[in-house]
Design a protein around this ligand. Structure first.
Ligand code: KIV
Ligand code: ZN
Length: 501
């Protein structure tokens, strides 16, 4: 099996993402985690770019001893000197030199001819080699460069001592077949290519960075540049977790390759990078997004409960996520609902389960997130009220700053619908007066408490109250996303209870 070297550039290209900047302390914290993750190379920064970046590369060089520590440099003497100084304490230092080779960069960025570029690359590599044995060279914008020129540049770079040749798709323009033929052509047309490792560096402007990186591996690249969560310039870089998990999951295609990544550290690393950069991971992000191992649809949940692999190609444990989640929502089915209740310790009979499920569906239509506490309340209601005399059929309330609150309540008493209207001091008071009229109970409210049971704006409200009817005090509880409905349910819960002094 051949090893794929994981070159992590979260701290360099990733940090170049607008708004992602990290201070040296934060970079060091991420570097420690990258070491635990098992990356082979940490591109720690661009030492000439700022004092902070210089410091970060220096600190990381001093503290991280397993991985190769790499500093970026243009093909300019001050850059190379700065990189060398920053990397001085590293056990395994690498200088990464880059120089654009595409016609568009030569014409507009440098105003230089190809031969001049070749000479600049040659001199820079020669100088860098005096300070460091491990040199990576990148012909920037390689995928838009003239092939024949790329061969010349790469051959020269290797002759001067570059040990790794990185092929960047700088503007994320390429596609998998093209990358495959580019790497193949480089291998077939550069006479000394066997003396260097071929690397690939893909950007995600067309959403193809992972596919392009994998294609490069199939064509002969043995090092992949990537970043945690795919952060990087513009649309970002190839995401480390996607490349690594694609190699690990598709053994049928990539069975000849392995990485040294401890995949169980992937999720923790993703969270750390997201927290320190303040870059939120989209919920649908492959591998590390909040929804990557969550299922809501009833058909999927049912199948997952029968056999996880029906709808999951990876085991969440393998990336450090404790378990898949069956999210209860409006698309969920009875199987997942009863499974969750069993796990929560409830054992309902078929009839109770049926009504609880109907109430859950009703709640899911109104509420986005259903928590275990929501379910607990639904179930407790079902278990508590076995044969209610009074059931709420419907209600309407009107209230506001300039109108007197009014309520219209319809109750079902053993199949018969009874209606009453009333006004009150507030919508709850108006409802309670209407309820008094229907039930003919002159109930006195002794206690009334409202609390949010779950979190979020659409939290379930729970009303607990005490009603005194002719000296008998009975408590009641009701819950709903609508607090007036919760109050009515609490009232009915109390009046439905058998009375005892
Ligand atoms: O995208 C790019 O070309 C780069 C180089 C510095 C390798 O980041
Ligand atoms: Zn880049």
């Amino acid at each position: 099996m051949e090893k794929i070297i994981i070159f992590d550039t979260t701290l360099r290209d990733g940090e170049q993402a607008p708004g992602a900047s990290l201070n040296p302390q934060q970079k060091l914290e991420i570097a420690f985690q990258l070491e635990k993750l098992g990356v082979d190379v940490i591109e720690a920064g661009f030492p000439i770019a700022s004092a902070g970046d210089f410091q970060a590369v220096k600190d990381i060089s001093r503290k991280i001893k397993k991985a190769v520590i790499c500093g970026l440099a243009r093909c300019l003497k001050p850059d190379i000197v700065a990189a060398h100084k920053a990397l001085m304490a590293a056990k395994h230092p690498r200088i990464h030199l880059f120089l654009a080779t595409s016609k568009i960069h030569l014409k507009y960025k440098f105003k230089k001819a190809e031969d001049e570029i070749l000479r600049i690359a040659k001199d820079a590599i020669r100088l860098a080699r005096k300070h460091c044995a491990d040199i990576e060279f990148s012909p920037e914008d390689a995928t838009r460069s003239d092939r024949a020129f790329i061969y010349r540049v790469v051959e020269t770079a290797i002759n001067e001592g570059a040990t790794t040749i990185n092929i960047p798709d700088t503007v994320g323009y390429s596609y998998p077949q093209e990358i495959y033929s580019l790497i193949t052509d480089i291998r077939n047309n550069v006479s000394n290519i066997e003396k260097a490792v071929i690397a690939i560096h893909c950007h995600d402007d067309l959403g193809l960075s992972t596919a392009n990186s994998l294609s490069a591996i199939l064509a002969g690249a043995r090092q992949v540049h990537c970043t945690v969560n795919g952060i990087g310039e513009r649309a970002g870089n190839a995401s480390l977790e996607e490349v690594v998990m694609a190699l690990a999951t598709r053994k049928d295609v990539f069975g000849d390759f392995f990485t040294q990544i401890n995949t169980k550290e992937i999720y923790r690393t993703s969270r750390l990078v997201s927290n320190l950069t303040d870059f939120v991971v989209p919920p649908n992000k492959a591998i590390v997004g909040k929804n990557a191992f969550r299922h809501e649809s009833g058909i999927h949940q049912d199948a997952i409960l029968k056999k996880r692999s029906t709808y999951e190609i990876m085991d969440p444990h393998d990336v450090g996520i404790s378990s898949s989640q069956l999210v209860l929502g409006k698309h969920s089915g009875r199987h997942a609902f009863s499974d969750r209740l069993k796990k929560m310790g409830f054992n309902l009979d078929a009839k109770q389960l049926n009504t609880a499920f109907m109430r859950f569906k009703d709640m899911a239509d109104k509420k986005k997130d259903i928590y275990d506490d929501d379910l607990r309340i639904i179930v407790e209601d079902e278990v508590r009220i076995i044969h209610p005399v009074w059931k709420l059929e419907s209600f309407e309330v009107s209230s506001g700053t300039k109108i007197k609150p009014k309520a219209l309540v319809v109750l079902d008493k053993k199949g018969k619908l009874l209606t009453a209207q009333s006004s009150g001091d507030g919508p709850v008071d108006a409802c309670f007066k209407a309820l008094d009229k229907i039930t003919n109970l002159k109930a006195k409210l002794e206690d009334f408490r409202l609390e949010a049971v779950t979190s979020g704006k659409d939290a379930l409200g729970q009303v607990s109250l005490k009603l005194n009817t002719r000296g008998v005090v009975v408590s009641g509880r009701g819950s709903s996303t609508d607090i007036v409905e919760a109050a009515i349910k609490a009232y009915l819960d109390a009046v439905n209870k058998p009375k005892s002094k």
